[in-house]
Design a protein around this ligand. Sequence first.
Ligand code: K1U
Ligand code: ZN
Length: 193
Amino acid sequence: MAFSFLYESLAQNGENRGLFIDSTMALLPILTYPDRRLHTVAKPVAAVDARIHQLVQDMLETMYDANGIGLAASQVDVHERVIVIDVSQERNQALVLVNPELVWTSPETHLNEEGCLSVPGIYDGVTRHNAVHVRAQDHQGQSRVIEAQELLAVCIQHEMDHLMGKVFVEYLSPLKRNRIKTKMLKAQREDSR
Ligand code: K1U
Ligand code: ZN
């Protein structure tokens, strides 16, 4: 796979926890569409310090617990430019992107089926660049360029949209989006009963 700063992360069985052994990790509540806070534009992280390390650990735990392949800080109501991703089958290859910036996008695009932890149960097609290069800091604050394609490229674009306050349903027609909004609000009302 074409990304350069993978490291071992949380494992489901606790044998492969690598960097992220920490008994203070917490599951964070994930905002659900159409919560207005999902449309907040995230600010750059000033320093990759202990607060960011804790946020990254909590986001990884939250992503793995929700069976997601990515999570943006915006989705847990932290409006700073932090993303975690793990597209590996084994769920042991976490990627942490702090202050990510797209530096190259392929001219070729394709339609890809996407889901979103903030829009549970909804899957639809979004056109994305086939490949992207993204400059980001890792969990240690080191700046790297990651060359991504396939699912990783799709996931990076989806998560970077979250940091810009954009949810994937905004690529769909107004009709589809309104139906999704109505369905989500109904589910949220029923859940709160
Ligand atoms: O940002 C998120 O809400 C996480 C989202 C990431 C994502 C999935 C699919 C395409 C682009 C971005 C998810 O992890 S949704 C749940 C999921 O695991 C999944 C859904 C569809 C395809 C592959 C995975
Ligand atoms: Zn999402």
